[in-house]
Design a protein around this ligand. Structure first.
Ligand code: PFF
Length: 452
C-alpha cells in the first residue's frame, strides 16, 4: 500500500505540534501548576521536558522515520522476531484507552463551544455554572451525542489521509489557535489585579516543591508531548528524509510549552482578578472559565474564542491518537485507510460510552467501580500512569541498548549532513542513564511500589 508523507518541514512541525497541543495545555497544565504552587513547578517541568521529554521524543522520531512503519511494524523491522514489538502493541492499547476518555472530555468541550455560541452563559452565576456542568456530566444523552460528533469529525479528517487530512487541518488550525489564545491573553491581562495571576505563575517558591509535585511534573511532560505510546513513532514515519529531527523536537517542545504558558496567562490573571482559587481542579475549565469570562467585556465572544481554541487543541491531538491504531490496521492487517478509520471510530465511540457514562459518581454508570475506580478513571489511570511511562522507559531502553549508536547518529544527523556532532555524546549519555532512571522512579511511584 502507498505510504503517505507530509509535504514539508512546516507541515511536519504543525502536525507534530498539533499532537502535543491538546486538552493537556488548557486543562491539565494550568490546574496542576495552580495546585503545585506556580513557578517552582514550572521550573521542574522545564527540566523534565529537557531530560525526559526530548530524549523519548527523539527516540520515537528515530524509530519511526528510519523504518517508515507505524508503532508495531517499526520495532519488528529494527529487531525482527523479538518481543520488542510488544512495545508497539502496548502503544496501540494506550491510544485506545486514552481515546475512550479523551473523546468524552472533547465532547464536553464541543458542547460548551456550542453553548457559548448560543449565549447560554450570559447571566451565569457560581451556582448555575456548577448546576450546568453537573447536568452535562450526569446526562445520558448530551455527552454521548457530542462524543459521537467528535468521533465523526476526527474520522472524517483521518479518512482524507496524511496530506489532505492531517496536514491541511493542522496547518490551518494551529496558527488560528495561537491567534485566539493571544486575544484571550490580551483581555485577561488588561483586567484589574491581573498581575497577581502573572506573579503566581512565575514566582518560584521551593517550599511547595514536594516529591509528588516533581513526579506530577514528569508525568505531565510525558502526556503533554504525546510520548511513550507510539504516536510520535507513527507521525515520524510520515516525516520527510530531509527533516531535522532535533530541530523539530526542540521547536515542538518549545512551542507546546509556550501554548501552555499562554493558556496559564489567559486563566490565572482572570481567576485572581475575580478573587477565585487557582487550583480549582478540572472544574476550572467548565465552571470557573464560563463564569468569569462571561463577566468580562465581550464575554460571549471571548468565551466562544476560548472554547473554539480548546476544541482545536483537542481535535488535532486526537488525530494523532487515532492514527496509531489506523496505521496498525493498515500495515499489519492490510486494511484500507477508510475501513481502518471507520472500524476505529466506531470501536472508540462504542467503548468510550463506558467512560462518558462513568465520568462522575452521579453519572448513569458512576456506581460501577472496581477497586475504587470507575471506567473513566481506569482508562485514565492505566494509560497515563502505567502504559505511557512504561512505554517511554522501554522505548529509551530500546534505542540506547538495542539500536547501534551509529545508526541512531546517522538518522539524527541525516547521514552526516547536519552538523550536530557536538550534541550527540551528551544526548547518548542522557538517554542511556538519566532518562531511564527518572522513568523507573515515575513508574514505581505510579504503581505504588515507592511513594514520595
Ligand atoms: N498531548 C495531548 C495533550 O496534551 O492533551 C494528549 C495526548 C495526545 C497524549 C496524543 C498522548 C498522545 F499520544
Amino acid at each position: 500500500m502507498e505510504r503517505g508523507t507530509f509535504s514539508s518541514g512546516l507541515a511536519v512541525f504543525f502536525a507534530t505540534l498539533g499532537s502535543a497541543v491538546g486538552l493537556g495545555n488548557i486543562w491539565k497544565f494550568p490546574y496542576l501548576t495552580g495546585q503545585y504552587g506556580g513557578g517552582a513547578f514550572l521550573l521542574v517541568y522545564f527540566l523534565c521536558i529537557i531530560f525526559v521529554g526530548l530524549p523519548v521524543m527523539l527516540s520515537e522520531f528515530f524509530i519511526g522515520r528510519s523504518t517508515r512503519k507505524g508503532a508495531v511494524g517499526a520495532f519488528e523491522k529494527i529487531a525482527p522476531d523479538t518481543s520488542w514489538k510488544n512495545i508497539g502493541k502496548m502503544g496501540v492499547a494506550a491510544s485506545y484507552l486514552i481515546m475512550f476518555f479523551y473523546s468524552c472530555v472533547a465532547g464536553w468541550v464541543y458542547y460548551y463551544l456550542f453553548k457559548a455560541i448560543r449565549g447560554d452563559f450570559v447571566s451565569i452565576t457560581m451556582e448555575s455554572a456548577s448546576v450546568q456542568f453537573g447536568s452535562v456530566v450526569t446526562s445520558a444523552v448530551i455527552p454521548l451525542f457530542w462524543q459521537c460528533v467528535v468521533m465523526a469529525v476526527v474520522s472524517g479528517i483521518l479518512i482524507l489521509g496524511i496530506r489532505k487530512g492531517i496536514e491541511r487541518v493542522t496547518k490551518t488550525l494551529m496558527p488560528l489557535l495561537f491567534v485566539l489564545i493571544i486575544i484571550c491573553d490580551i483581555q485577561a491581562l488588561s483586567l484589574p489585579g491581573a498581575m497577581d495571576g502573572v506573579r503566581f505563575l512565575f514566582e518560584v517558591d521551593f517550599e511547595k516543591l514536594t516529591g509528588t509535585a516533581i513526579l506530577t511534573a514528569l508525568g505531565l511532560a510525558f502526556f503533554k508531548l504525546s510520548l511513550g505510546m507510539g504516536t510520535m513513532i507513527t507521525y515520524a514515519s510520515y516525516f520527510t528524509k530531509e527533516n531535522n529531527l532535533l530541530g523539530t523536537g526542540l521547536k515542538v517542545a518549545a512551542s507546546d510549552t509556550i501554548v501552555s504558558l499562554l493558556a496559564g496567562l489567559a486563566i490565572f490573571p482572570t481567576v485572581f482578578s475575580f478573587g477565585l482559587e487557582p487550583g480549582a481542579g478540572p472544574g476550572l475549565l467548565f465552571m470557573t472559565i464560563p463564569l468569569i469570562f462571561s463577566q468580562m467585556p465581550f464575554g460571549s465572544l471571548l468565551l466562544t474564542a476560548f472554547f473554539f481554541l480548546t476544541a482545536i487543541a483537542a481535535t488535532t491531538a486526537m488525530l494523532s491518537l487515532v492514527e496509531v491504531p489506523v496505521a496498525y490496521l493498515m500495515e499489519e492487517k492490510n486494511i484500507p485507510r477508510r475501513t481502518a478509520v471507520l472500524i476505529n471510530g466506531v470501536l472508540i465511540f462504542a467503548i468510550g460510552i463506558l467512560a462518558t457514562l462513568s465520568a462522575d459518581k452521579a453519572s448513569v454508570l458512576g456506581h460501577i467501580t472496581f477497586m475504587g475506580r470507575g471506567f473513566f478513571d481506569w482508562f485514565d489511570y492505566l494509560s497515563s500512569n502505567i502504559l505511557m511511562p512504561l512505554g517511554g522507559l522501554l522505548i529509551v531502553l530500546f534505542t540506547s541498548h538495542v539500536v547501534s549508536r551509529r545508526s541512531f547518529a546517522q538518522e539524527l544527523t541525516n547521514n552526516g549532513t547536519l552538523k550536530i556532532e557536538w550534541f550527540l555524546p551528551f544526548f547518548f549519555f542522557v538517554t542511556r542513564y538519566i532518562t531511564p532512571a527518572l522513568l523507573i522512579v515515575i513508574f514505581l511511584n505510579a504503581v505504588g511500589i515507592i511513594s514520595w
